[in-house]
Design a protein around this ligand. Sequence first.
Ligand SMILES: Cc1cc2nc3c(=O)[nH]c(=O)nc-3n(C[C@H](O)[C@H](O)[C@H](O)COP(=O)(O)O)c2cc1C
Length: 162
Amino acid sequence: MKTVIVFYTRDGSSRVVADVLKESMPGAETIELIETRSRAGLFGFLRSGFEASRGKSSELSGTPWTEVSEYDELYLVSPVWASKPAPALRTFLSHAALSGKTVHTVTVQADAGFNGAEHTHAVFQDLAKAAGGKPGRSLNIHGAKIGKLADRVHIEEQVRRL
Ligand SMILES: Cc1cc2nc3c(=O)[nH]c(=O)nc-3n(C[C@H](O)[C@H](O)[C@H](O)COP(=O)(O)O)c2cc1C
């Protein structure tokens, strides 16, 4: 079973989650989704919340969806924005052909109580299903406050319990 972890991050915490997941799964690879436009600053923050809540996708650098054909299992890691997955994951899923692959969704959010996480995963899993993926696990990770980077030990503790 070949596994790939596909992630997007604005403030860095989802990259830590992807790295820690990779360490816990021998042989797994990671692919980072990189946007062509910066989301830095107040305007970037406001645009991010607006785009996520409206279900917008975004332009990505390269064609990362072509890099997952050899894998049987995908872990998709996204920050939660306005209770939705980030636009970069929508772009990836709108292009990816995931037929026969199991797709696990991993959300990273500021709210340690995981308020609204069920809804976020339902949206996320629907997008994966539309790409042909078989529904896998829905995993919640507590990241950090907006603009902050989660502590690696905090992420490791949560991944160990998954
Ligand atoms: C535009 C925006 C909207 C957010 N909306 C939510 C939210 O609805 N619920 C929540 O728990 N956290 C929310 N957050 C916080 C992020 O999910 C949290 O900071 C996460 O750790 C960021 O991951 P990253 O460092 O990989 O970008 C939001 C952050 C941003 C930038």
